[in-house]
Design a protein around this ligand. Structure first.
Ligand code: NAD
Length: 287
């Protein structure tokens, strides 16, 4: 039997409806739309495309989006100044910094300088710490999308063996902590993991976030497992695939996310969900 396909779209649609209502509610109470600032350094095409996509979705939902662009040769001090200005701006509820930054700039600066209340992608030192301590409100958007998708399709997590392949700060590591909060038994694999298949074969839920097409094939997957493919890879023929060999793995897995059409459908909307959450929390602080 072929696996159940876990599409991102129905979740995105349900979220859109909810967020539109919240956006109206915020505007009524605050007298202005909830606002996200997207800070972009340099001219990297992929992140420009992403910034525009966020802007489009924000407008559709009734949020305002402000693009803040710094030139590729911007210095650390310029980045700090921009972050402080946005952190102090009463008209800005959420700040999203487009990553990766040009090489000469440090991500650490953002993690330290960003107002954690506006940190809609959960990258500030405070929010990372809160996630570790189970006190978080703002978490990284891609792991949040993974958890939302698992919840939507009612995939049980408590006591389940979850294997995450990929240990980055934006996906693998924060996801491990979110799933620990759900009482899953979590294993994180990475580039130095020996005999990857030995680990992945044990997973009742397998999440892959690496950036290598066809890394995971059918004989690495436990029959009936739920497979979440976070990877986004562009092949030489310009087609987009994940990290999982979809056609063969779907014959073994119980459920699987497609790429495109799975987690990728949700990431933008998660950032805006967090923007509204940040906006409402800050509004509550004022009253
Ligand atoms: P990254 O490069 O920061 O991290 C990759 C991780 O994979 C590292 O922990 C590394 O140790 C591990 N890894 C590399 N090769 C491996 C191998 N052969 N076996 C096991 N582990 C290996 O990447 P990232 O930013 O976490 O992104 C991962 C993928 O997810 C990329 O394809 C990216 O495009 C995609 N992504 C998708 C979304 C989305 O919205 N769907 C969001 C963010 C990232």
């Amino acid at each position: 039997v072929s696996a159940r396909i876990l599409e991102g779209r129905p979740i995105a649609e349900a979220l859109r409806t909810r967020l539109k209502r919240q956006a109206i509610d915020f505007q009524r109470r605050a007298g202005r739309p909830a606002t996200i600032a997207v800070l972009h350094v340099g001219t990297d095409d992929a992140s420009l495309v992403y910034a525009r996509a966020i802007e489009r979705t924000a407008l559709q939902l009734g949020l305002e989006s402000r693009a803040v662009a710094l030139p590729a040769q911007a210095q650390e001090s310029d980045l700090v100044r921009a972050l402080v200005r946005l952190s102090d701006d009463r008209g800005v509820d959420g700040i999203l910094v487009q990553l990766p930054l040009p090489r000469h700039l440090s991500q650490r600066t953002i993690a330290e300088m960003m107002d954690p209340r506006k940190d809609v992608d959960g990258i500030s030192v405070t929010n990372v710490g809160n996630l570790f301590l189970r006190q978080q409100s703002l978490v990284p958007s891609t792991p949040a999308a993974v958890v939302s998708l698992l919840d939507h399709y009612r995939v049980p997590l408590s006591g389940k063996r979850v294997v995450i392949v990929g240990a980055s700060n934006v996906v693998g590591k924060p996801l491990a902590f979110l799933l620990l909060q759900r009482d899953a038994t979590v294993t994180v694999c990475h580039i130095a993991t020996r005999d990857l298949a030995k680990w992945t074969q044990q997973a009742e839920v397998l999440v892959v976030a690496v950036g290598k097409p066809h890394l995971i094939h059918a004989d690495m997957v436990r029959p009936g497992a739920t497979v979440i493919d976070v990877g986004i890879n562009t092949l030489p023929d310009h087609s987009i695939v994940g990290d999982v060999d979809f056609e063969t793995v779907r014959e073994v897995a119980g459920a699987i996310t497609p790429v495109p059409g799975g987690i990728g459908q949700l990431t933008n909307i998660m950032v805006l969900r967090q923007t509204l959450l940040a906006a409402l929390l800050q509004l509550r602080e004022l009253v």
